[in-house]
Each structure stands twice: as C-alpha cells, then as structure tokens.
Design a binder for this molecule. Structure first.
Ligand code: ATP
Length: 505
C-alpha cells in the first residue's frame, strides 16, 4: 500500500441505491470506514442494512452510487471480486453447508485450516472437530465458525451482520474482544447490530440508515443512544412501560411440570414448574443444555431420563407433532428451521391455524385472514416483499416465526431467543405481546441470550449450568450480576433453596 492509499478510507460508499422490483431497499445509502475503526451500521428492521452489506461485498449489484476502496472507484461484480479487494462479510445466516463436515466446508471456501482453527479456539470453541458435520452443530457454533473463516482470510474490511445475535454472553464477550482487536491491529470493521451495549463497547462511530437512506453519522459517546434511536425511527422512542403488579402468585397445578430431565451429554438433570399465566426465563451460557432442553420439550429429541407432565398428565414425545398435540408450540432459534422460505408471509403465519381447521373441511378464509392480519399488525411485519418469506429482512423473518403463534391460540409457548436480530422498537412490542399472552392464560418458557430482556418479559427465571438448574429466582431478585454469577456456576443460598424446592416431586 502506498502512503497516499494509507491515508484514504478503507471503504467509502456514497449515494448507493437498490430496488427489488417495486421494493426500494436503498435510496441514498452512504458509509465510510477507515483503518483502525469499527463503524456500527444501524437501522430498524428492513432499513436496508443487509442489502447495503451485500452490495459492498459483491453479492448484489447496486443500481446507482459510488463505492471506493482505498480511493479507487470500484465495481464489485461478485463475492470473489470483493474478497480479492479485501472485503469479507459474515452474514446473518450461517453459511456452512449443513450436509458437509467442517473440513470439506473449509476446502470448498479455500480457507486455510490452521489460521481457522486458531481463531476458533480464540473465539471460545476449543472442542471443534474438523469431521463434525456442520448440520449437527448448534447455531451459535456455526456463527462463530463463519467469523473464524472470515478472520482466517485476513480481511482489510470485515463486515459483520448481527454477529452476536445468536450467541450466549460468554461467546459474545470473546467476539467483541476479537473484533475490537482487528481494528486496533489496523483493519476496518463494519458492525451491524441492534445491541447498544455492544456498540458502546467496541464501535467508534455509528452510521444510521432509515428507509434506505443514511440519515446520520455520529461518534459513539455517552448519551448517543437516544439520538441514534431517534434517527433510526424518525421519532423518539417512548419509554418502556414499567411492568405492572410484579410477578403473579404461582398457585395451583403447574401447566408444565418437568422433573430430572436428561438427554445426550449436555442435558443432565433439569427440573422446574411453569404455571398458567407465567413467563419463565431461562438463562445459560453457550452449550449448557438449553438447546437440548427446548428440543426435548418440542419433541425434536428424545429424553434419556426424567418426566414431563402437562396439566398433570405424563407425556412422552416421539415426534414434534406429539408436542404440538399436547399444546406446546416451539419458536426455534434458527428461523431457517421454522419457516417455509418460498411461501408467503400469510401462509407461514397461518400454518398452525389451518392445520386444526382443515380437519373440519373447508377453510374459513375470513377467520384465518383476520387473525393473520392482526398478527402482522401487532408485530409490524414489513410486508413489502411478502410473496416469499426468504425475501424479507432477517428481523422480519424472525417476526413471522413469532406471529405464527400469536395468530393461533397458544397454551404453552417455548420461545428460544425470540428477539434475535429484532430492532429496539419491535423488541418492546414482543415483550408486550409475551406479557399479553401470559395475561390471557398462556404459559411461556423464554430462553434469551440477552440478559436485559429478563426483567422486561419474565416473572421468574431459571439458570442452567452444566445441564442442571442451579438457580431459580423471582424477577425482582434477578439482577444481571446475579444471573451472570449463576450462569458461571456461582450460586446463592436462596437460589439453591429454590432449586431444592423444585427438585421435590
Ligand atoms: N431479494 C429480495 N427481493 C425483494 N425484496 C427484498 C429482497 N432482499 C431484501 N428485500 C427488501 O429490502 C428491504 C431491506 O431489507 P434488508 O434485509 O436490507 O433490511 P435490514 O436493514 O438488513 O433489516 P434487518 O434488521 O431486519 O435484518 C426489505 O423491505 C426487504 O424485504
């Protein structure tokens, strides 16, 4: 690199536009990033962030605008061309081919194994084997592997789209350290996220997109959050309504009674009760058995021990249909598992409504239509590209997975990290929805990788460590510090007493 090049922005994009048929995804997007900087790219769901990154990495062609790399006007015609120019992305959805093992995936992407494995260890996954089949790995691991692959390519400009959204807190910390380290080592980073705490921790500036246009570029300093939200939404966000009444008294027979549940190597011994009208939070670091717990409850994986009772009746699930028939509705963390990608928003939301109605002959379209419309409205799903769900922005796809259960009549909802990739305003709507469902008598098990969500949405919280429940707390006592300590296996006497109580049949 010449000295003149070194002084120029690593990447400078101005006036970028892009349409998909009638949908204007970008009108006037601009972004500049220099070496040594982490720039946050922010915007509400559907603002155009992913489209912008795809243009900057050659995955999509822009309709108009200029892109300069180290001062050179550039037409990025393909992902390979962008890679050659040093622009490397990590997208929202895992990119490894599920049917291949890790080694074959590396070969396919021409990723050198040694630096890849170095970054995998650095990022906190010490036990990865190259012969692991990608499809058998948890979503969080797949995301970290995508990042390790990008780092192994030694990017000039690293672009991370919702990198931490599926990660538990311990992995998030490592990722943030590594990403900041990249910039401190002289690289440029573009960081898309809906999490302000992370942005405050590692970013230098925030560029804000609204409806496809850049509307602000601000240095990160104390108090910038409100200004960013205002720019993102075009208005100030009304303060979150305080939860009224505190946790309700949990009396009577629990709706879901789980005792000594175990499965595979990770889920060792989990017991808890979930009551009617209750939202029970689940907190755990990566790989503590939470994935297995939800899979067993959803009928996707067999329990090797323990019991599940629903309203006093013992259950044994052999298939997801058994869990659904027993009234358990599962929203998985990986939306690719939940959605029919080439079907419409309406069909995806109507799926569980139609299944029971079909048994009675003709489908009453009006009832279905009204329920679907109400779910779309309540979750503010952006339906500009509603013909096929795969064309929606990531956050809007996530809303469809939740809308499906809001539109139906849900009794027990198993939510696994439901706000992954969801913007700040819609997150609040989801907490409100979860509370409304509970007020109407639904029971909700709510795993979240974002601790600040617990007081917003939950009545009580169980913390799982090493496949076991180590602490059960009322939300009033569940400070972030206490939850983190418990998540690392450092529990309190009160929490241990509550766990001992739940262990009694
Ligand atoms: N292939 C496509 N065909 C039609 N419309 C599309 C396509 N890809 C994106 N869009 C539309 O472009 C708009 C911007 O989407 P984009 O994914 O860039 O948003 P985003 O800011 O990344 O949102 P999120 O925070 O939800 O990930 C959305 O209305 C989306 O539906």
């Amino acid at each position: 690199m010449t000295q003149a090049e070194a002084g120029l922005p690593a990447l400078d994009a101005q006036g970028v536009s892009k349409r998909f048929g009638a949908v204007v995804a970008l009108r006037d997007a601009a972004l500049t990033v220099r070496r040594g900087e982490v720039v946050a790219l922010m915007g509400a769901n559907g603002a155009g962030k992913s489209t912008f990154v795809k243009i900057l990495t050659g995955a999509l062609r822009r309709d108009g605008g200029d892109v300069r790399i180290r001062g050179q006007d550039t037409h990025l015609a393909s992902p390979a061309g962008a890679r050659a120019a040093g622009l490397i992305p990590v997208y929202q959805e895992p990119s490894l081919i599920r049917d291949l093992d890790v080694a074959d995936n590396l070969r396919l992407g021409r990723t050198p194994a040694d630096p890849f494995l170095h970054w995998v260890r650095e990022l906190g996954i010490p036990d990865l084997r190259l012969d692991d089949r990608a499809g058998d790995l948890p979503l969080a691991t797949l995301r970290v592997l995508d990042l390790a692959r990008a780092l192994a390519a030694e990017p000039d400009v690293l672009m991370l789209d919702e990198m931490t959204a599926a990660l538990p807190t311990d992995l998030v910390e490592r990722v943030l350290r590594v990403v900041r380290g990249q910039a401190d080592g002289g690289r440029a980073v573009i960081y898309i996220s809906h999490r302000f705490a992370e942005i405050a921790q590692i970013c230098d500036r925030a560029t804000v997109l609204r409806d496809g246009a850049t509307v602000g570029d601000l240095p990160i300093e104390p108090g910038v959050e409100d200004r960013v939200v205002e720019l993102m939404l075009g208005a100030a966000l009304t303060p979150a309504a305080a939860r009224d009444g505190g946790p309700r008294a949990m009396t009577g027979e629990p709706r879901l009674h789980v005792r000594g549940l175990s499965s595979g190597a990770r889920l060792a011994d989990v017991s808890f009760d979930l009551h009617r009208g209750e939202v029970l939070g689940v907190v755990a670091l990566e790989g503590q058995g939470q994935d297995e717990l939800f899979e067993v409850l959803a009928g996707q994986r067999r329990a090797s021990g323990g019991t599940i009772e629903i309203e006093g009746r013992p259950q044994r699930f052999r298939h997801p249909a058994d869990a659904i028939a027993a009234g358990l509705s599962f929203v998985p963390g990986d939306r690719a598992d939940a959605l029919l990608m080439v079907r419409s928003v309406r069909e995806n939301i109507a799926l569980p409504i139609l299944a029971p109605l079909r048994r009675w002959g003709a489908i009453p379209m009006r009832t279905e239509g009204a329920r679907v419309a109400s779910a779309i409205e309540r979750l503010q799903i952006d339906t500009r590209a509603q013909g096929e769900v795969r064309r929606l922005s990531g956050g809007n796809q996530q809303k469809v997975t939740i809308g499906r259960w809001v539109a139906g009549e849900v009794r027990t909802l198993l939510l696994f990290d439901p706000t992954r990739g969801i913007d700040v305003r819609t997150k609040r709507q989801i907490y409100g929805l979860v509370r409304d469902l509970a007020d109407q008598g639904a029971s909700i098990l709510y795993y979240t990788s974002e601790l600040p969500e617990i007081p917003q949405a939950c009545d009580r919280v169980v913390v799982i460590f090493n496949g076991r429940v180590v602490e059960i707390l009322d939300v009033a006592e569940a400070t972030e510090e206490r939850l983190m300590r418990a998540a690392y296996g450092l529990t309190s006497p009160e929490g241990r007493r509550a766990v001992a109580g739940a262990g009694r049949a």
